[in-house]
Design a protein around this ligand. Structure first.
Ligand code: NAD
Length: 268
């Protein structure tokens, strides 16, 4: 697996910067990378000075263009980046909702991959779902795999519509987990714990539980749950509430469907 010869990143905010960090960590030569962002952060400027990648150079056609701007910015951005595309360029878009048809209607490119990473990418522990349209070559798919694996695991999907489902589960998923920390802390506060202690307990519980999952990939979440749950004990009492027919599984399914639907709505 190898990096594209030349690489243009359009949009270096939270997710674009995380990808860029992954490429640099994976040993991509900074001289091959051009980053385009009209509002670069201080840390991005400092990184460009330290590593030597080009920040907002004149446009030149690249082998790969990675698009990491907000969906609402796509029309304005697309109007200004046509010159990044040459005959053999492929596009890797991480924009939520925007379909291959949306992208090919706005940009002079036919080989298009849609990827959906998540914010743990910033520490190399993300997971990305990716779809490649039929116009991509196996070499381009391998190069996309290389670019995405710099920030964590990569999972391919065969149908484009499944990218919206990936968005609803792992793309948005970190927010659900962080909200779980907030909700658990709030429950602790209601039980009489000082707010700061409740937050420390909730946060450490999610961190530690995530670490157990990470370090013991052969043990299922179900078994890890059962290991906490003494018959007739405290955990079972709580799970009876969470696992009721109108409990967390139902609520999570409704939340994920709302996210999937929103991704569909953003496609226009
Ligand atoms: N944040 C997430 O959890 C996440 C996860 C997966 C995918 N995404 C997708 O990634 C994309 C970026 O999200 P983000 O959270 O990094 O947003 P962000 O706001 O942090 O970054 C967007 C960047 O685009 C830049 N930008 C605006 N106009 C531009 C232009 N004309 N040319 C180049 N750059 C321009 C902005 O200056 C900013 O740095 C979105 O489409 C989102 O759907 C985000």
């Amino acid at each position: 697996m190898s990096a594209p010869d030349t690489l243009a990143l359009v949009g270096a905010g939270k997710m674009g910067s995380a990808l860029l960090g992954g490429w640099l960590a994976a040993g991509v030569e900074p001289g091959r990378i051009a980053v385009h962002d009209p509002a670069p952060s201080e840390s991005l400027r400092a990184l460009a000075a330290e590593k030597g990648f080009a920040l907002n150079p004149p446009h030149a056609a690249a082998e790969a263009v990675v698009l990491a701007v907000k969906p609402q910015a796509l029309d304005a951005v697309a109007a200004g980046i046509a010159s990044l595309f040459g005959r053999d360029t492929f596009l890797l878009s991480i924009i939520a909702g925007k379909t291959v048809d949306n992208l090919s209607a706005r940009l002079p490119v036919s080989a298009i991959l849609r990827a959906m990473p998540n914010t743990p990418a910033a520490v190399g522990r993300g997971v990305t779902g990716v779809f490649a349209n039929p116009a991509t070559s196996s070499d381009q798919r391998a190069k996309a795999q290389f670019l995405l694996s710099g920030v964590g695991g990569v999972e391919w999907v065969e149908r484009e519509a499944l990218i919206d489902a990936v968005t609803a589960i792992s793309g948005s998923g970190p927010a659900y987990v962080f909200y779980l920390v907030e909700a658990l802390a709030e429950a602790g506060r209601r039980l009489g714990l000082p707010a700061d202690l409740a937050l420390r307990l909730a946060r450490a519980t999610v961190e530690g539980s995530g670490e157990l999952l990470h370090r013991q990939p052969e043990i299922s979440a179900e078994i890890l749950r059962k290991n906490v749950t003494s018959p007739g004990g405290t955990t079972q009492a709580a799970l009876d509430v969470l696992m009721a027919p109108d409990g967390l599984a139902e609520l999570m399914a409704r939340a994920a469907e709302a996210a999937r639907k929103r991704a569909e709505d953003l496609s226009g």
